[in-house]
Design a protein around this ligand. Structure first.
Ligand SMILES: N[C@@H](CCC(=O)N[C@@H](CS)C(=O)NCC(=O)O)C(=O)O
Length: 238
């Protein structure tokens, strides 16, 4: 065995050990919450063992999956038997596990602002988008003007949060951006124009070009989401 063979052997052992330690991520590519976790994994430069579930086929309702997550939602992360769900919680867990100080800084005020943006996304922006858009897509209902106004109001809120800084909190990329970009890109992909929110538009372009692995982590799944929307629209227009 020469030194090259030894290096090759060590590298193979390293890859096997790494694969054994890879965490499982149950996900579905079109889902915005799942893309939050993919964006965090890309920013941390870690590999997750991706396990795709087909929700339409009920693969999230199996006894096996319900044992992991009784709430039957994706994304669900499983780290050596420890199961965790809620995309932003998974994001914080991974950031702490890999001891990353940039995406969720320890300064209590910065962290509080990141949490505020994450809660705004979880409790206001994404639900308002969902209640406006999903009944149209999944139940064939007409667009509701009042629900659209509520969505517009929340985009306006986000536009005002961005005043005076480049990213969602301050001038560096944080977990808040990775969460919000999954939502905002989904809103845009659903055909909602961002023209009336210039700061959101500028921020969106910035995050697209600076979030590590953005294309693979978000755009790929977004294409599937767009495909699903087009498919449902085509069916309802028949
Ligand atoms: N707040 C949750 C939302 C998760 C969620 O609702 N995921 C959807 C897919 S986008 C899901 O799993 N739906 C199936 C179900 O609830 O049974 C998160 O951010 O992880």
């Amino acid at each position: 065995m020469d030194s090259n063979d030894i290096m090759q052997w060590m590298y193979s052992v390293y890859c096997i050990l790494l694969a054994q330690h890879a965490m499982d991520l149950y996900y579905t590519p079109g889902s915005a919450p799942c893309r939050v976790v993919l964006l965090v994994a890309a920013a941390l430069d870690i590999q997750l063992n991706l396990k795709e579930l087909n929700l339409q086929a009920g693969e999230h309702m199996t006894t096996e999956f319900l044992k992991l997550n009784p709430q039957h939602t994706v994304p669900t992360l499983v780290d050596d038997g420890f199961a965790l769900w809620e995309s932003r919680t998974i994001g914080r867990y991974l950031i702490r596990k890999y001891n990353n100080k940039e995406l969720y800084p320890e300064d209590i005020k910065i962290r509080a602002l990141i949490d505020q943006r994450l809660d705004f996304d979880l409790g206001t922006l994404y639900p308002r988008f969902g209640s406006f858009f999903y009944p149209q897509i999944f139940a064939g209902q007409p667009a509701d003007e009042n629900l659209f106004k509520r969505l517009e109001e929340s985009l306006d809120f986000f536009n005002s949060f961005l005043k005076g800084h480049k990213y969602a909190v301050g001038d560096t990329l944080t977990l808040a951006d990775l969460s919000l970009v999954a939502t905002v890109s989904t809103i845009e992909a659903a055909g909602v124009s961002l023209d009336s929110y210039p700061r959101v538009e500028r921020w969106f372009e910035l995050v697209k070009s600076t979030a590590p692995g953005y294309e693979q982590a978000n755009e790929k799944g977004l294409k599937k989401f767009k495909g699903l929307v087009a498919n449902v629209k085509a069916k309802t227009e028949l």
